[in-house]
Design a protein around this ligand. Sequence first.
Ligand SMILES: NC(=O)c1ccc[n+]([C@@H]2O[C@H](COP(=O)([O-])OP(=O)(O)OC[C@H]3O[C@@H](n4cnc5c(N)ncnc54)[C@H](OP(=O)(O)O)[C@@H]3O)[C@@H](O)[C@H]2O)c1
Length: 289
Amino acid sequence: MAELNAANAGTYKFDNDFEINRLGYGTMQLTGEGTWGPYSDPDQAASVTKHAAELGINFFDTADSYGPWFADRYLAAGLKQVSNRNQIFISDKVGQTRQGPNVWTPLGESSYLRQQVEVSMMTLGIDHEDLLFLHRIDPNYSVADQVGELVKMQDEGKIKHIGLSQVTVDQIKEAQKYAKIDAIENLYNVANHKDDDVVDYAEAQHMAFVPWFPLNTGKLIGADSPLSTIAKKYNVSEAQIALAWLLKRSPNILPIPGTSSIKHLEDNVAAANVKLSDEGFDKLSKLSH
Ligand SMILES: NC(=O)c1ccc[n+]([C@@H]2O[C@H](COP(=O)([O-])OP(=O)(O)OC[C@H]3O[C@@H](n4cnc5c(N)ncnc54)[C@H](OP(=O)(O)O)[C@@H]3O)[C@@H](O)[C@H]2O)c1
């Protein structure tokens, strides 16, 4: 059996300090229902992040608004126990406020963005953000002001790379007038790749593309999965097919499946060993609507 290691997915180079394994991990499942409140078993949550690092994952995606703060606390607790902590790259996000389960409200006021970066760094135990996404562009503030505040923090050494989340190509182009944009994080998976143009633009501009909901929140797995036939053919799980499709779609794609289960984490990391044929990839690409 092939070794279980995220490195088998290949690497993506952010800069001279950071070449990361393309298969990452997203922390959003490490909260209560509706991404609100604490996870039911905090020790388990921290163990999942620690085990992810042990399996070669060195790219972790998180946000202040997951909990809020709870996912960040578990991530910090898990990574504290890892021997290669200085080789781990965290992408973080600010710019969404929370009022309750499943309620998200963008806020792009510059002093708020700054506050959230400062508190996030304290919570995560870091002295700078490796990659900081503007979680949403807030239509009540100009892109120049929102991205401009991130650039100020970049100039102060608090942010290394700047990214945007859930944006169109036109919005990326506007933001590029004010900052070097190094990554995009949009909803994207084998069953929903309406943002193909954004993936192509990101690749052409040498930006990472981080697809959120890579497993379509788990809907790509289970009895009604549209991936079950091909998964049987490859003798792998449906989750692995969904992740293998993303890994083949573009060398700039960095999938971040979320899970609170060690078993599912290991299943997802094994996707790094699955190589789809061109024919299999094309067939799967037609599933999106
Ligand atoms: N930028 C944004 O606006 C944005 C929005 C949403 C999410 N995100 C990021 O994207 C990441 C991924 O999204 P997500 O976690 O919401 O959705 P996802 O990765 O598409 O799916 C997660 C769901 O699939 C289940 N699952 C995971 N691996 C599995 C496996 N191998 N077999 C069976 N079930 C499995 C999980 O349950 P178990 O816990 O039981 O495994 C969970 O219910 C988040 O963690 C977050 O970092 C970003």
